[in-house]
Design a binder for this molecule. Structure first.
Ligand code: SF4
Length: 298
């Protein structure tokens, strides 16, 4: 898969997820991101999934798309060619393609901001090479679309990387490139990988042996060994979440849940939770009414 295809796939993931909602009465389609959205704020879920409101590209998620695409391309090279120089060349190539994509035109980075932003992306790549030697990695799957359907849910999404060890065990890896508020704060940073481990377990009968989170900003690798008890508990949580979403949909009751996450929410300007704040701001902008001065003649 090409780098631009990877980016396109991520977008199509969003679109496919968004397209669920006519079927929400019978089947709730969930990815880690959409599940986190509902947990973070039901109103945010409604804007994203039910109303399918457009959202402008932001520099943080775009940087994530860029790094994921670069690493995917890097692993397609022969191990000996997976150098930082090749990674930088891929960055330039992928970024040129992304900039030409209308989805990212709303970014409108001025040259100075773009230069700083690319330096930050380069720092993430340097950090990647600090925590892992890509010449030793033998990916079995990259940006792998997986799904599993139950009576109530369709669980699905894209796993960054799957390796199969010599003993046949699976290892799932996920790259984190920095601020990813919805996933990190709503359900914990391992939520996505546990979700994918559950899908692998149920869909392929294969419980991964190890989950690896590569935090490229710090940088550090955090690991977790999934267990049947852990994944069964998650499955029950997801079923409960699906029931809650069905209920909200039936009652058209998507209450805003304010938190620090609102600072990152692209729908804050229309969110009812901030109606009073908007009204107060609008009132403060009204020009003062000048009363006529009544003169006094003695
Ligand atoms: S602004 Fe806050 S409360 Fe409103 S939809 Fe967004 S996250 Fe929810």
């Amino acid at each position: 898969m090409s780098a631009t295809n990877a980016a396109a796939l991520r977008e199509s993931d969003r679109l496919k997820e968004s397209g669920t909602l006519s079927l929400v009465e019978s089947l709730v389609r969930l990815s880690p991101s959409r599940a986190s959205d509902y947990k973070t704020c039901p109103r945010l879920f409604k804007y994203r999934v039910v109303d399918r409101l457009p959202e402008p590209a932001d520099i943080y998620s775009t940087r994530g798309t860029l790094i994921h695409a670069v690493l995917e391309q890097l692993y397609l090279l022969d191990p000996a060619d997976r150098t930082i120089e090749r990674a930088r060349a891929l960055t330039a190539e992928v970024w040129t393609n992304l900039k030409a994509d209308p989805e990212y035109s709303s970014l409108e980075l001025d040259p100075d901001v773009e230069s700083t932003w690319l330096e930050q992306a380069d720092a993430l790549l340097i950090n990647y090479f600090r925590v892992e030697d890509p010449t030793t990695v033998s990916p079995h799957e990259l940006e792998w679309w997986v799904e599993h359907q139950t009576e109530l849910t369709l669980l699905r999404g894209i796993i960054d990387r799957v390796e199969i060890m010599p003993d046949g065990e699976w290892v799932l890896s996920d790259y984190k490139t920095g601020r990813s508020p919805s996933e990190t704060y709503a359900l914990g940073s391992f939520f996505g990988l546990k979700f994918y481990a559950l899908v692998c377990w149920r869909a392929f009968g294969k419980m991964p042996k190890l989950l690896r989170l590569l935090h490229l900003k710090e940088p550090e690798i955090i690991t977790l060994v999934p267990t049947a008890q852990m994944l069964s508990a998650l499955e029950k949580q997801l079923d409960a979440l699906a029931h809650a979403i069905q209920k909200a949909h039936q009652k058209d009751d998507w209450r805003p849940r304010t938190s620090h996450m609102c600072s990152y929410c692209p729908h804050k300007p229309i969110c009812p939770a901030y109606a009073d704040e908007r009204a107060a701001a609008a009132a403060a902008e009204q020009p003062a009414v000048l009363l006529p001065v009544v003169g006094h003649v003695s």
